[in-house]
Design a protein around this ligand. Structure first.
Ligand code: CAA
Length: 383
């Protein structure tokens, strides 16, 4: 066990931090206020290898590993949570294609994601009636003489209208009975495919600069080569991709929490009440100490899961769920304490902590709610 970063990990962290400090953090408040998609910031990150941190170099990735990816996500989320989630989903999509794709799919799509030619990738699993239970999805892909015919609706799709390629799950088993996780397959759908339309752009509590849309597919014709993996193998691809994605969301939560704690510390040192800086009061010190401990614990759990993923050959489903559950819940408490330390100033948009609180909230929901993480952890523990 070694808690020191490798040279590569250190380089990724300093590269990400330097760019984020210069180009992302200063833009974050305005991006949020204007709900403006961070195209320029994402292009800058792509140029630095951040869209494929854990993707092989032969596909345009940085090939720096899953730990470096988690560390990079923490840095980007510390600067702008909206930019971070867009980067996170793009990395997840790139990794899924690199891992499960045919040689043709890998060569076609992954370099476009890692290079920034595609501003983002999208992951279309959830539907209006199937969120925590993706096995309940009703989107179908049926065989026709023209190829696969895709019909249905997807919801809560990050970067859905921006992504060059959307990974879409659909039911390919024609049996009428609900088959749950069985009979689902996975397809790569290019953005300009006829029959694919973008629906509502969601107005969200937080992550206002990231895009969240619904997508509809009406007789969308897909060639045979659009199938990712095996027919019927879609559920496992989704779950394995989400195992890695959850490490990314844990890292995102830690990054947001870190930004909130830093703001709280700076404010506590500067703000005077009763003739002294409020940082002198034990009540404030305890809040800062609790936040520091929780973020450090979250970081260790997250890097452990990332390290297991990087080592390969072992299932890290439970460890990723533990990291996501703990980090997202802890970061929420950290952001709440940071706002409390700011008092009334925490509640207004002049200070950043209200944005951090809004942004961090969804980390307890997406890529599996905290309740779903507990199900995953309990099932893995009970055997
Ligand atoms: N790795 C590999 N295989 C897995 C797996 C994993 N992590 N998880 C499940 N499987 C396999 C099981 O072994 C089982 O295989 P067999 O059929 O061969 O036995 C099969 O998949 C079915 O597993 P379950 O019976 O456990 O499936 P379930 O229907 O009970 O669901 C669940 C389990 C954990 C609740 C799962 O449905 C789940 O994770 N739900 C949450 C979904 C989610 O996270 N959605 C997020 C949407 S994406 C998003 O938010 C992206 C964004 O834009 C930010």
């Amino acid at each position: 066990m070694d808690f020191e970063l490798t040279e590569t990990q250190h380089l990724i962290v300093t590269t990400a931090r330097d760019y984020v400090e210069r180009a992302v953090r200063p833009a974050a408040a305005l991006l949020d206020r204007q709900a403006r998609f961070p195209s320029a910031e994402l292009a800058g990150l792509a140029a630095l290898g951040m869209m494929g941190v854990n993707i092989p170099a032969e596909l345009g990735g940085a090939e720096a590993g899953a730990v470096a990816y988690a560390l990079a996500m923490m840095e980007v989320a510390r600067g702008c949570a909206s930019t971070a989630v867009t980067m996170g989903v793009t990395n997840m999509v790139g990794e899924a294609i690199a891992r499960f794709g045919s040689e043709g799919q890998r060569r076609t799509y992954v370099p476009r994601l890692t290079s920034g030619e595609y501003v983002a990738g999208a992951f279309a699993l959830s539907e209006p009636g199937a969120g925590s239970d993706p096995g309940g999805m009703t989107t179908t892909a049926t065989r026709s003489d023209r190829g696969w015919l895709l019909n249905g609706q997807k919801q809560w799709i990050t970067s859905g209208s921006r992504a060059g390629v959307v990974v879409v799950w659909a039911r390919t088993d024609s049996a009428e009975a609900r088959l749950g996780s069985k009979g689902l397959s996975c397809f790569l759908v290019e953005q300009n495919t006829p029959g694919l339309e973008t629906g509502r752009h969601e107005e969200k509590l937080g992550l206002c600069a990231s895009e969240t849309v619904s997508l509809s597919f009406t007789d969308c014709v897909l060639p045979d080569e659009a199938l990712l993996g095996e027919v019927g193998g879609g559920f496992k691809i989704a779950m394995m991709a989400l195992d890695g994605g959850r490490i990314g969301i844990a890292s995102q939560a830690i990054g947001i929490g870190t930004a909130a704690l830093e703001a709280a510390i700076a404010y506590a040192k500067e703000r005077k009440q009763f003739g002294q800086a409020i940082a002198e009061f034990q009540a404030i010190q305890w809040m800062i100490a609790d936040s520091k401990v929780e973020l450090e614990a979250a970081r260790l759990l997250t890097l452990r899961a990332a390290s297991m993923k990087e080592r390969g050959g072992v299932r890290f489903t439970r460890e990723a769920a533990i990291a996501k559950l703990f980090a997202s819940e802890a970061a929420w408490r950290v952001c709440d304490r940071a706002l409390q330390i700011h008092g009334g100033y925490g509640y207004v948009k002049e200070f950043p902590v209200e944005r951090h609180l809004r942004d961090v909230r969804v980390t307890r929901i997406y890529e599996g709610t905290s309740e779903i993480q507990r199900i995953v952890i309990a099932r893995a523990s009970l055997g």
